[in-house]
Design a protein around this ligand. Sequence first.
Ligand code: ATP
Length: 241
Amino acid sequence: MNQSLTDTVLKLTNVSAYYGFTKAIESVSFELKKGQVVGLIGANGAGKTTSLKVLLGMLKPATGTISILGMSRCSSRLFKRIGFAPEDATPPEYLTAREYLVFLSKFRKGENINSVQQIEEFLTWFELDPDKLVRKYSKGMRRRLILAQAFLGKPDLIVLDEPLNGLDPMMILKLRDRLKLYQKQGTTILYSSHILTELEQTCSDVVIMHRGSVIHQDSVENLVKQFGSVEKAFSAKIGAA
Ligand code: ATP
């Protein structure tokens, strides 16, 4: 890992969470430092989305502590500094893409950001028809719009849950470049995905979850050196768990 990365942006320590009486995650601990792009990986039901919900304050942890951008919980004030693209979100059908981004930009306006200019840039970059109603958008176009809003206002932390679902191959490549650019500018990014080859291209580090717990966190560089690829590292770690 880059030695200059010292600032902790996000830290979960021994976090457990339930849905009713069902334990979804147990004693989850991981840390993200400024400028890291961290991939959260694990089989279906491993606890990735639950971990994201807990750290964003959408699900109350039963035990453990959270530190996010220097705060002990994710307040609405903090949300101005966080971009989040949920796995299953869809923008309101009665808005156009531009209207949706203009609406959200009022809540997440970063310092020195010209939101009008940024929205137009995002509409072009994500190849979205600005004046088309969301209800006339395809699934992939809706996904692009959900991703676009996560980048609004130059957030300090961007959390993406399965961002690649529904994206075409060209947009996956473009997103890879965008994440690298944001990383260079010091943005911290956490994203969950099952596409391990893409994570290997994009992430500095990965956190491996299995049956509700974190079983490994390491840099992509180390994992590739040791196992040959993130895919092989994942199989080995899951096999040994
Ligand atoms: P996937 O890759 O399939 O999206 P995931 O790693 O994101 O999975 P979670 O959605 O966090 O996994 O699920 C963790 C555990 O919590 C699973 O056992 C799941 O069945 C359970 N779970 C998730 N959501 C709920 C819910 N709303 N009510 C009850 N149990 C839930």
